[in-house]
Design a binder for this molecule. Sequence first.
Ligand SMILES: [Fe+2]
Length: 204
Amino acid sequence: MQAPVIYPLFSAPVYVQFGLEFNVPDSTLTELEQLPGLGPDCGLSQNIDVLDRPDLANIRKLCEQHLQLYVSNICSYDNDIRITTSWMSRNPPGVDHPPHNHPNSLFSGCLYLKSSPDNKFNLHGQNHFTKHWPFTYNIKTNNIYNSDDWWIPVDTGTLVIFPSNLQHSAGPNQLDETRIVLCFNSFIKGTLGSSGDFAARLKL
Ligand SMILES: [Fe+2]
């Protein structure tokens, strides 16, 4: 007898590429770490176009290639998606990044330029079974169907791409140096809607 097939319907695909290799000189990493920042611990860079830096041209290409793979191969959309903003997120040892999402963006990415295998990227949502009917099941093993939280190990060289409205956070930085993450948002470039649906067309 064939094994039953499970369709993980109506899910939020999170794309994770481990083990990316890139050549960012230490001097550039130091500059990115020291860019003027915002927030209580200056964790986010004021610069929201860091991927425009000439010394990050290869990193931009890498991010664009994987974003394209995500949109085209995983989401199966034919839209032209462009990176709109890009910034640095920095956390000293022991410091976390609280839950949030990314407004005014469709898909977002986080590329870990300096991290530790013990660092966690957390995702927060509500699973199908308890979203509309609060009910306490006895969970044998947490899996993607029964969980409201999930985490992914994010060592140096990990890229995570996800729907921008998905709540996420970073656990306390386990590295004894500053964790350095390059983040980006994206949006559609082009026209939405069919030519026959005049009132619903949107040109971006
Ligand atoms: Fe974020």
